[in-house]
Design a protein around this ligand. Structure first.
Ligand code: SF4
Ligand code: SF4
Length: 620
């Protein structure tokens, strides 16, 4: 074991103190911002078990990092696991100089552990070299501009591993061993203060961020009191949001999957996180300067389709949607967002109770024409029509098909005499007043009608009713028609003709609700389901969410065209959808990109057609 002179011990203590001070100097700003930020309304630590599992899965096992980018993810995981394995070695390393080593290299445990850490040192050295080659030579565009800090950090990690591995070849008590010891020590002491200056702050923060992330996907926190307008100034930032933006590792996974960024819009979710971080560094939590206009552009904030790809992809637990919707709230609730289409949409919602601006008499006519029964409290299901099902011609076709299927299955149902928009576009665009009015109104109607169960053709309605309305009261349980149909699967015709149908996963059904298999199972009864290149959790948005179906897109390629092209390229003659918004977006896109586009059908229409075929063949 190495021995150290009093001078060396003294020097080491001074250097350790300097290194810790060097770390604290920039970290103090982060710490102060965390303390100054307000508490997260509605945040609950429970259920702890779920959080512990998430921590084990995403932090300790690095499962998300590996799953979404297997090779770089594995390289990153080895570096992380190496850090964990080295924790004991590093403690022992410093303790040895201070006269309190826990174990020596010669002891049985020491022999095992030093060898074990040696294996990790090799994998970390190889992994960090591979990651550096990727960052500096391959240079995927998602990583953004070259960062010299990343190079320095990678070099320091490499030196740490080499100086450790060198000890296996050098006589333990010789001058060479002492030189290696000091080289290793100095590398650690230089590394530590660099952490808070760089994106490597995620090493310290991201395990906490992941553990503390809000319980649900895209969980929008409630506003508290009359003075809370959303994320307008530094006074409104919460502790979780602060923790999250300081955890960003700038990996660009969110950017890579963002439909807005990928179609030439200004929005880049990574820049939203870094913009909030830049704001905090410049003005601090508690500042009265607005976020929008200083570090974040309003245009970008209102280009988000709320598809959730960014939040789903982020490896360090950043929840972009509460931040983006929070920024929209800050702009809308304070009157800073001026947009003619947006104003018209809000007026439609306020005056007519639907996003399309029709009179409710139009809905009554449709109900009569389709002879849809009115819900009277005796039926099993309340069939929620939604704005699209009530007023949009394609949405009405889906309702007509689904009601036929429900009748065929013998499921009793009725529709409400009066139904207002769930408030989804108002909620996602940040208009809390309009949203609250719609939610409260609908909750009262459901209560008066004694509704016990709801089924809906629209994933946006399902999400808003089941999750967002909770702020105003408890709605009856609701399910999407894909879940309903899958449950009745055995009673549906089983006549797979071999026809290929490419299925598009709607964001609000897939990423938001985790429903992937049910619509595939329903289509699979009558056709062969194929997936486009981006499917399931990686599905690419249709462009309608976040109120953009009504606002439209002014810049770049249209998101619906980008997705429709991908679906068309699969060669399938039918596109299967499970959302009336996706349906309407693809209808426009398909007409624009092909004179002979594939047929576009909702899963209810696919099922109704199979029932018709079966009835027809039975008649013959
Ligand atoms: S929710 Fe979708 S559109 Fe919005 S920033 Fe994230 S990835 Fe982009
Ligand atoms: S927000 Fe998350 S996914 Fe996006 S760059 Fe930062 S760490 Fe990566």
């Amino acid at each position: 074991m190495l021995t150290f002179s009093p001078f060396e011990v003294g020097l080491l203590i001074v250097l350790i103190c300097a290194s810790i001070y060097g770390f604290w100097l920039p970290f103090d700003k982060v710490w102060r911002n965390l303390l100054r930020a307000k508490k997260d309304p509605g945040f609950e630590l429970r259920p702890i078990g779920k959080r512990v599992w998430k921590f084990l899965w995403e932090v300790m096992l690095q499962a998300k990092v590996i799953r979404e980018r297997p090779l770089p993810g594995l390289a990153h995981a080895f570096v992380f696991w190496g850090f964990c394995a080295f924790a004991l070695v590093t403690l022992n390393h410093f303790a040895m100089a201070l006269g309190g080593a826990f174990f020596s290299r010669e002891s049985p445990f020491g022999q095992f552990y030093f060898f074990f850490a040696g294996l990790f040192a090799v994998t970390v050295a190889v992994s960090i070299t591979a990651l550096a080659i990727r960052r500096f030579l391959v240079r995927p565009i998602w990583l953004g501009e070259l960062s010299i800090e990343s190079g320095i950090i990678a070099f320091l990690i490499f030196v740490l591993m080499i100086t450790y591995l060198g000890t296996f070849w050098i006589h333990e008590n010789g001058a060479g061993a002492k030189a290696l010891w000091w080289a290793h020590t100095l590398t650690i002491l230089v590394f530590l203060p660099l952490i808070p200056y760089t994106k490597h702050l995620h090493l310290a923060l991201s395990p906490i961020t992941i553990f503390l992330s809000r319980g649900h996907f895209s969980d929008i926190p409630p506003l508290v009191g009359d003075e809370d307008f959303g994320l307008d100034t530094g006074k409104d930032i919460t502790q979780l949001e602060t923790l999250q933006v300081y955890s960003c590792v700038e990996c660009g996974r969110c950017t890579q999957h963002c439909p807005a960024y990928n179609t030439g819009k200004v929005l880049n979710p990574k820049e939203i996180a870094l913009g909030v971080r830049g704001y905090l560094n410049e003005f601090g939590a508690g500042s009265e300067k607005p976020f929008i206009g200083t570090h974040i552009s309003q245009e970008a904030v209102f280009q988000c389709t709320t598809c959730g790809a960014c939040e789903y992809q982020c490896p360090v637990g950043i929840q972009h949607l509460p931040i983006i919707v929070g920024l929209r709230r800050g702009a809308v609730n304070t009157g800073k967002w001026e947009d003619d289409t947006g104003t018209k949409l809000f007026l439609n919602l306020e005056r007519n109770g639907n996003a399309l601006g029709f009179s409710s008499a139009e809905r009554d006519k449709f109900i009569q024409k389709q002879q849809l029964p009115v819900y009277d409290g005796t039926q099993e299901y309340c069939l929620w029509l939604g704005c699209m099902g009530s007023y949009d011609p394609r949405g009405r076709e889906i309702i007509a098909a689904f009601s036929r299927v429900m009748r065929y299955l013998g499921a009793s149902f009725g529709v409400l005499r009066k139904e207002h928009c769930t408030g989804d576009p108002a909620r996602r665009l940040g208009n809390d007043l309009v949203f609250s009015q719609l939610a409260e109104n609908n909750l009262e109607t459901l209560k008066q009608s004694n509704v016990q169960r709801i089924v809906s053709i629209c994933p946006h309605c399902v999400r808003t009713i089941s999750t967002d309305w909770r702020e105003y009261g408890q709605a009856p349980p609701i399910e999407h028609h894909s879940e309903f149909l899958a449950r009745y699967g055995d009673k549906l015709p089983n006549d797979n003709s071999g026809e290929k149908i490419v299925y598009h996963d709607p964001c609000y059904l897939g990423r938001y609700r985790g429903v992937y298999d049910e619509p595939r199972a329903v289509i699979g009864r009558s056709a062969t389901v194929i997936d486009p290149p981006r499917a399931r959790e990686r599905s690419f948005c249709c462009g309608a969410g976040g109120g953009l179906a009504f606002l439209g897109e002014e810049k770049g390629k249209r998101v619906n065209v980008e997705r429709a092209e991908e679906l068309v390229h699969t060669g399938a003659r039918i596109i299967g959808a499970a959302c009336p918004f996706c349906n309407t977006m693809f209808r426009d896109a398909l007409a624009a990109i092909s004179p002979m586009p594939p047929q576009l059908l909702d899963i209810a229409q696919i099922t109704a057609a199979a029932i018709d075929r079966m009835s027809h063949s039975n008649t013959i």
